[in-house]
Write a protein that binds this ligand. Structure first.
Ligand SMILES: [Zn+2]
Length: 213
């Protein structure tokens, strides 16, 4: 029999129920897996991270939350689904630092605000050997034979592999802008994104080439 590569959402739900997780939290997992399209380990850790950060931040119900994600991989989706911090609504900034860490803060008019940073703690992962192999990209980790063990371990670990710290977050200033036209491509761009009248696309190598048709 072929070993199964991944748990189904039902397997994950069963394990969460066995652990005594509350139904809302289990629903967070289901919604995140739907959005992400599969139960990636990094996404599942993200659900624990966002839940932990929100509990520590403890914002009033309905208040807008802002988030920074320190990796482009998986983790942004947990913030988008659970906390409604999205790229599109401007409440999520993603920095490709490559750390499995998030910072969440409440709305602020001040230049800085206290935020809670939750991260996977390298000092704590040793207790979870399969997770440690996966997290450190050890060649000994074989997803074909250890994929389900990884997910089980990760769910059992939950917050046990996480740490947090309070940090001062610089609140990005909203720059006023007007519409302007790039002198090279003639397309409209906010004026504060032009340099010497030229848009970022025309200044650097473009991400696309025009087709002939
Ligand atoms: Zn241009």
């Amino acid at each position: 029999m072929q070993p199964r590569l991944n748990h189904t959402p039902d397997d994950i739900e069963a394990r969460l129920i066995a652990k005594g997780s509350d139904p809302e939290f289990i629903d967070d997992f289901r919604r995140c897996i739907d959005f992400h399209t599969f139960a990636a380990p990094g996404l599942l850790i993200g659900v624990f991270m966002v839940d932990y950060a929100l509990e520590l931040l403890n914002p009033p119900a309905g208040e807008k939350i802002y988030a920074v994600c320190e990796t482009t991989r998986c983790l942004p989706d947990a913030l988008q689904v659970i906390a409604s911090c999205t790229i599109g609504n401007g409440r999520l900034r993603v920095f490709p630092i490559g750390k499995f860490a998030i910072t969440m803060n409440r709305q602020a008019e001040t230049p800085q605000i206290d935020g809670i940073r939750v991260f996977v703690d390298g000092e704590k992962i040793g207790k979870y050997p399969t997770f440690a192999l996966w997290y450190t990209k050890d060649p000994l980790f074989d997803p074909r034979t250890r994929g389900t063990a990884l997910i089980d371990e990760l769910i059992d670990a939950g917050r046990d592999i996480l740490s947090y710290e309070w940090v001062r977050v610089k609140v990005p200033r909203k720059e006023p802008w007007r519409s302007a036209v790039c002198t090279i491509c003639s397309e409209m761009v906010p004026d504060n994104l032009l340099v010497d009248g030229v848009c970022a696309d025309c200044r650097a190598q473009s991400y696309f080439e025009k087709t002939a048709y």
